[in-house]
Design a protein around this ligand. Structure first.
Ligand code: EPZ
Length: 421
């Protein structure tokens, strides 16, 4: 297994280009199953999760390949609607083949994804939504068995849960509803840009959808969809991770090929903490010359502050003078990175679903263990400002979500490389 080795203390300077959004690409790749014809998806990042989805599409009987940022999928006529445990267990986003399989073949057998290190991750809202469209669902031997004895029918579906809206449940219901008979209204739909991206891809396939990006999405079912050619939006979490690293190192970085309008919550918090952010059409310039100021942050569904940036924000707070508080409202247990950051000298205390961060003058480089994708990113950016050498172990998590991470940071002047252990 590889490790990432970082020698901290360098200010980041220069330009970095953002890759396509993993969390858009995965559901869109699943959505290709809704047509027999070929779909082509561009701007797809070269990541482990993307290759897992390719393997899953092939296991379902589709022809699928990845080549230099482009995914080509030919589902054909004979889809096998069984998503095996071996693949689903390695990537939770596999659950988003459930809606397309059900809509296209009338049945789906998808392994239950289970929880993960960021806490319990139920799929009750996915199942409730699909049942609302007329599917019969039963869960046996670790598999969700969904059957549509008659054609799926449009329905009013409320998708709000105890932790707000659900991104992939909205995706699954939307993908099943596009081939249902009649009209579906999803209430309390997730508003994330990745949901909007999926809706746009589905519309290119011939679907009739309106209201995407708002909490009420309306879908008028159609009989058939065609293949489509589409380019994925830039990854807002990757973009913000580079923004945070520039802010932490008191650098001057132009983050390019990104969508500034997806970063309003981040811009708001970083501006309050003393970072200068200059928006242009597809880029943000990040500069910091003065001291960081403490801020309080609560994670919320979009357009709130993303849970997928909570760990990176905490790394920044760790070196911000004063006391900052971060409250996690999406995954209340998503704090695995705290003990690792504390090994690097930070002073962070967990109180229920909040972390109280007492800023320290210096972090000190240490060997640390990555627990999940975003926790790994936080440890890397903490390493960039730490004194001495930080070794981030178990980097396979990073390879799930950050394309060319070491190359991008190196081009900004960081001392970072990968070593085989
Ligand atoms: C997506 O997961 C992302 N994954 C996650 O990114 C992200 O953290 C999450 O949305 C929240 O923004 C992909 O897009 C592939 P949710 P998803 O359903 O859709 C609860 C990363 O690091 N819930 O929006 O699975 C759930 O437990 C990953 O890239 C239910 O209660 O998340 C959570 O508290 C990690 N019942 C809240 O809703 C359900 O049926 C939001 O989760 C579904 C979810």
């Amino acid at each position: 297994m590889d490790k990432i080795v970082i020698v901290g203390g360098r200010k980041l300077k220069g330009e970095v280009e953002i890759s396509g959004a993993k969390n858009s690409a995965l559901p869109i790749m699943a959505a290709t199953l809704l047509a027999e014809e070929e779909s082509i998806i561009e701007n797809v990042p070269d990541l482990r999760d993307i290759h897992t989805m390719i393997r899953l599409l092939r296991a379902l009987g589709a022809k699928a390949q990845y080549d230099n940022g482009r995914v080509v999928v030919r589902p054909g006529k004979n889809i096998k609607p069984i998503a095996p445990y071996k693949l689903v267990s390695t990537m939770r986003a596999s659950v988003c083949v459930l809606g397309p399989l059900l809509a296209r073949t009338g049945s789906a057998q998808v392994s239950l994804p289970g929880g993960c290190v960021i806490g319990p991750r139920p799929i009750d809202l996915h199942l409730k939504g699909l049942e609302g469209l007329g599917a019969e669902i039963d869960v046996q031997h670790g598999y969700v068995n969904a059957q549509a004895k008659k054609k799926l029918r449009g329905h009013d579906i409320y998708l709000g849960g105890s932790f707000g809206s659900s991104v992939l449940a909205t995706d699954n219901v939307m993908m099943a509803a596009v081939l249902s008979q009649g009209t579906t209204q999803i209430e309390s739909a997730a508003c994330e840009p990745e949901v909007v991206d999926l809706a746009r891809f589905l519309k290119k396939m011939g679907a009739k959808i309106s209201g995407e990006g708002s909490p009420r999405i309306e879908i008028e079912g159609v009989k058939k969809l065609r293949g489509a050619h589409y380019a994925i939006i830039p990854d807002r979490i990757e973009a913000a991770t580079y923004i945070f690293s520039a802010a932490m190192t008191a650098g001057d970085v132009l983050v390019k090929k990104m969508e500034p309008s997806h970063q309003n919550a981040v811009i708001d918090k970083l501006t309050l903490s003393g970072v200068r952010l200059q928006k242009s059409k597809n880029s943000i310039r990040v500069r910091r010359t003065g001291k960081l100021r403490p801020v309080d942050v609560t994670t919320l569904p979009y357009p709130g502050f993303p849970t997928d940036l909570q760990a990176q924000m905490m790394a920044l707070m760790a070196v911000t003078p004063g006391i900052s508080v971060i409250t996690e409202k999406i995954y209340p247990d998503r704090f695995m990175h705290v003990s690792e950051l504390n090994r690097m000298g930070s002073k962070i205390f967990i109180e229920g679903s909040s972390a109280i961060v007492h800023g320290v003058k210096h972090l000190s480089g240490a060997p640390v263990m990555a627990s999940d994708l975003r926790a790994s990113a936080a440890l890397v950016i903490a390493g960039l400002v730490a004194e001495g050498t930080t070794e981030v172990h178990r980097v396979y998590h990073l390879d799930r979500g950050y394309e060319k991470l070491e190359t991008k940071f190196t081009s900004l002047g960081a001392s970072i490389h990968r070593e085989r252990e």
